[in-house]
Write a protein that binds this ligand. Sequence first.
Ligand code: NAD
Ligand code: TYD
Length: 356
Amino acid sequence: MTILVTGGAGFIGGNFVLDWIASTGESVVNLDKLTYAGNLETLKSLESDDRHTFVQGDICDRALIDSLFSTYKPRAIVHFAAESHVDRSIHGPGEFVRTNVDGTFTLLEAARAYWNGLEGEAKANFRFHHVSTDEVYGSLGPNDPPFTETNTYEPNSPYSASKAASDHLVRAWHHTYGLPVTTSNCSNNYGPYHFPEKLIPLMIANALAGKPLPIYGDGQQIRDWLYVTDHCSAIRTILAKGKVGEVYNVGGWNEKPNIDIVKTIIALLDELKPSPEGSYARLITYVTDRPGHDRRYAIDARKIERDLGWKPAETFETGIRKTVQWYLDNQGWVQNVLSGAYRDWVAKNYGDRAGA
Ligand code: NAD
Ligand code: TYD
């Protein structure tokens, strides 16, 4: 048995592939374009493991996807591949529409053709799992209840709008064509192999380099953080027990303002890798806010717990300590991903952000 994973060289996809092979032993065909966010270094431990087949390619390439389906006959597809960074979507939305919308459409059409050709148990058991985000629901007020699966879609950034569009396509391919899909909408992930453009790894990398820690606006925006391997176990659970056509919200019940996250990282670094120049807190720098910045996300994860028995294993305290320690122990991985293209991005995103 084999599953097809898209975007398996990225942050969550990479953790998922490692976790899947370790916990199920089942083979993975991993299709990834290797954009700036894809990194084979993450999968180094699988280099000579024949349960992992890496294919460099684009999810918009229908002929390639057809050939992967016919060669490997996967029993399921888990779709992570996406452009995933809100700030990048503000600077260049086109690639988000291409990969997140056109790419998902292409995969759905290829999966539908393949699934139509299956028979019996293979057809009944086939699954298309779509990995999505809580950002499709928009922004919460301070006293609003967390997002449930029936919240209206109110995406505010080009990233969340493109993910919302992909969720709608997945839903329609089930309702119209019967394709056996499941979808998960997850809150912010953190953990090993996270590209240092996102809040947590950026703060760790900048602190260690003695660079400013840029806090957008007042730093009181709230995100609901989930340790990445908990997201992986949620997806495994949905694949095994999820009901076709259902959506599952996945979250860690860890709502925290950004400034608290940064202060927690600083406290851990002060303990684990103290700087001769004093606390890393000296590096906190308030900068101009992100345009259209969503104030608060929070996930109500009761459905997946009630229906499928899934709960996160990590608390924020255990997960963030593991994460900071991982970055301290894996500076080689970080240096490898900080290419010239990364430096260009930092100049573009932070260069003209006046200090607030
Ligand atoms: P990431 O940016 O780290 O990785 C994305 C991967 O997709 C990269 O390896 C990249 O090379 C690949 N890719 C991009 N365009 C491609 C294309 N056209 N064809 C093939 N491969 C392509 O993203 P991530 O943080 O690992 O997120 C994975 C998925 O999870 C995304 O769908 C994202 O929307 C969703 N998600 C992320 C979070 C989060 O906190 N990071 C939370 C909820 C949901
Ligand atoms: P991010 O990791 O980009 O995830 P998302 O925007 O998808 O939630 O950002 C998390 C939060 O941290 C978000 O409110 C924006 C904020 N942030 C900063 O304050 N400074 C930064 O340099 C970055 C990258 C993010």
